[in-house]
Design a protein around this ligand. Structure first.
Ligand SMILES: [Zn+2]
Ligand SMILES: [Zn+2]
Length: 295
């Protein structure tokens, strides 16, 4: 049987509907050899997913999808084979989780001043966990309390960018985000560039070594976008990846809807080993410099 891999999936650790175990069970049922779990800004689902993978014979690649920003544009950066137990990496994620929580608190305060009373506990319950709390969860809480008649109204009337309870979001700069990934041994791959950015920007990232791959295949990429980013990946000798961006939401993409052949996984592994080796190299150089009393 040909081994196929879906390299972009979400679980309940972020905004997916399936638990890591359920996701891996589904992968096993549809005959995928490999999946990458790439939750938004958290690695919380990885230990359970990897464990389930061992039990069910599915290879689970530890991954993440970092929310970053460059010049006002949201850029999602996938990181593959990250060392999800790396203390610096965990601390960085924790720091951004605290920032998100603080922002939610500020929005809730502003809403209260406007006579809209929701609690942080409600919002956390809707989000499933405090780590991935965001405006959609706040909108849901406003809706649940009956202050608005639909989800969009909560944004239009209160928490949208023009709304009176809006609080701007601090976002991790894209290049900083890729540095964090490299430090944790991760392979940075720009997610669905066709949905978020331009070929020029991807070229900028590629030329400067900020990414090692492009997510060429994504359910929402047009055939032209696939072609453009395939060519770009060839030009800069970048890895070409793909996945379904599966969230378990009915009507959206299905697990395994977009897959890549196993050679892509093997290439990611090689890239990860090289990044890790360079990191060890850098550490050895640092300790020699320290011993020699250089800077
Ligand atoms: Zn994304
Ligand atoms: Zn995604």
């Amino acid at each position: 049987m040909i081994k196929r891999a879906d390299l972009h999936t979400h679980t309940t650790a972020s905004d997916g509907r399936l638990t890591p175990t359920q996701l891996v069970e589904l992968a096993a049922n549809i005959g995928l050899s490999t999946i990458a779990i790439t939750d938004h800004d958290t690695v919380a689902g990885l230990p359970e997913g990897i464990e389930a993978g061992k039990r069910l014979g599915v290879e689970v690649i530890p991954g993440i999808e970092l929310s970053t920003e460059d010049n006002g544009t949201d850029i999602h950066m996938l990181g593959y084979f990250i060392d999800y137990q790396n203390p610096d990496f965990i601390e960085m994620l924790h720091h951004f989780q605290m920032i998100r929580l603080e922002r939610a608190k500020k929005i809730i305060e502003k809403l209260a001043e406007l006579g809209v009373h929701i609690t942080l506990e409600e919002v956390i319950q809707i989000a499933g966990n405090a780590a991935s709390i965001g405006r959609p969860h706040i909108a849901q809480a406003i809706l649940n309390r009956g202050y608005v008649s639909d989800f969009q109204e909560a944004f239009d009337k209160y928490i949208g960018a023009e709304g009176p309870a809006y609080v701007p979001k601090y976002k991790l700069p894209t290049v900083e985000g890729t540095k964090f990934l490299y430090k944790a041994g991760g392979v940075p791959v720009i997610a669905h560039p066709g949905l978020s950015t331009t070929p020029d920007y991807v070229e900028f990232l590629a030329k400067n070594g900020h990414i090692r791959g492009i997510e060429v295949w994504h359910p929402e990429h047009t055939p032209e976008q696939v072609h453009t980013y395939y060519k770009l990946a060839e030009k800069y000798r970048l890895l070409k990846t793909g996945g379904s961006d599966f969230h378990g939401v009915p009507g959206k993409s299905k697990l395994g809807q977009v897959t890549v052949a196993y050679v892509s996984v093997a290439a990611l592994k090689r890239a990860h080993l090289m990044i890790r080796a360079q990191r060890v190299d850098a550490r050895i150089t640092d300790s020699f410099r320290e011993l020699a009393g250089i800077g």
